[in-house]
Design a protein around this ligand. Structure first.
Ligand code: SF4
Length: 343
């Protein structure tokens, strides 16, 4: 996958990705002490344009409180490099406590359930943190905190392991990373395609998805047993993830191509506006409204200034709503009727 993905142009992040980045940013700001509580960031927007709302602040505060309830030293966001191919700045947060336990938790703001067991992102992060510690560690706990997703094991799920098992798992990840760079490596579709940036151009995935759809005719009905239900659910989950990977990738590519002027019959781009931002300087805003527009740690939003009593018309004149990624839309039948009629 990395070899295929490296040849692709960089894509704009999707809305769920921007929202997740914004939630991770709020958590980091609280954990490193830039703000006291997540609620202090309501109405601020991340540099990707996503606005912090009350619901996000509530869920992020729950995550921060959960991490802090363990005591110990918090290590938030830091760049991690496993080898020359695997590196990045994960959103995960590590905590080391006095009993020699190293915790690594990741806030997942999306709805699709994420499993902490052998979670590659957090495992890579903890292996890197482990290498920097000079205190003995005897237990590793990987956690996924997913406040908006219903799960029988609750919103905070964990996997306990040992430092030895963690390091051997990370060695396994490195070996798979090396295999991916092999010029003769082949693409094998599966649930791992879900977040693959090459899913839009991967022939193996395309053909696997086509194979999952074949029409048979049958008159008999059947009642599934428990084990059959389990196998059926496993199969449907796998096909669903592959289909989702393909759909997301094709939608992203269609959007980019249409923004570049390509014509895709039956589809259009619906413009969307992001949250309001000031277009005037802080000094001009203060003079025009008589209100200090600062809200630690940065300029407040136009909505926040209005709540503080600023005149709405004045704020309107000094702010703008930038265009964000347009929404790909299936045009209705009327579109074709109009085309036939030459309108
Ligand atoms: S879409 Fe799936 S099979 Fe194709 S390159 Fe990506 S991970 Fe591999």
């Amino acid at each position: 996958m990395p070899r295929f993905a490296a040849s692709l142009p960089e894509e704009e992040p999707s809305d769920p990705a921007r929202e997740g980045t914004c939630a991770a940013w709020v958590a980091e700001m609280v954990l490193i002490g830039q703000v006291n509580r997540a609620a202090d960031m309501i109405d601020l927007s991340h540099e990707n344009g996503w606005l912090v709302d009350t619901e996000m602040a509530y869920h992020v505060q729950g995550y921060v409180d959960r991490l802090r309830s363990r005591g110990g030293r918090v290590i938030a966001e830091q760049f991690v490099r496993l080898n020359e191919m695997i590196g990045g700045t994960p959103d995960a947060v590590a905590v080391v406590d006095e009993t020699g336990t190293l915790y690594g938790d990741d806030l997942k703001y999306g709805f699709s359930p994420v499993d902490p067991y052998r979670n590659t992102q957090v495992a890579i992060y903890l292996a890197a943190v482990l290498a920097t510690l000079n205190t003995p560690i005897n237990k590793i706990v990987i956690g996924i905190y997913q406040p908006r997703s219903m799960h029988p094991q609750g919103i905070h799920r964990t996997w306990e392991t040992t430092p030895e098992e963690l390091l051997s798992f990370v060695e396994w990840i490195k070996a798979r990373g090396n295999e991916c760079q092999d010029p003769n490596s082949i693409a094998t579709p599966g649930t791992h395609c879900e977040y693959c940036p090459a899913a839009g151009s991967c022939v193996a995935l395309t053909q696997s998805v086509y194979k999952a759809f074949s029409v048979l005719t049958e008159t008999r009905q059947m009642q599934l047993t428990g084990p059959q239900l389990a196998r059926e659910l496993d199969f449907i989950n796998q096909v669903e993830k592959m289909l989702k990977a393909r759909k997301n990738a094709i939608e992203a590519e269609t959007t980019e191509r249409m923004k570049g002027g390509d014509y895709v019959p039956g589809y259009g781009l619906e413009p969307r506006l992001g949250p309001r931002k000031f277009s005037a300087s802080p000094g001009e805003i203060a003079v025009a409204t008589g209100i200090n527009p600062y809200s630690e740690p940065k300029l407040c939003t136009p909505a926040e200034l209005e709540r503080r009593g600023a005149n709405k018309e004045v704020v309107q004149r000094m702010s703008t709503r930038p265009h964000i990624q347009p929404k790909l839309t299936r045009l209705g039948d009327n579109h074709y009727t109009r085309l036939f009629e030459g309108k």
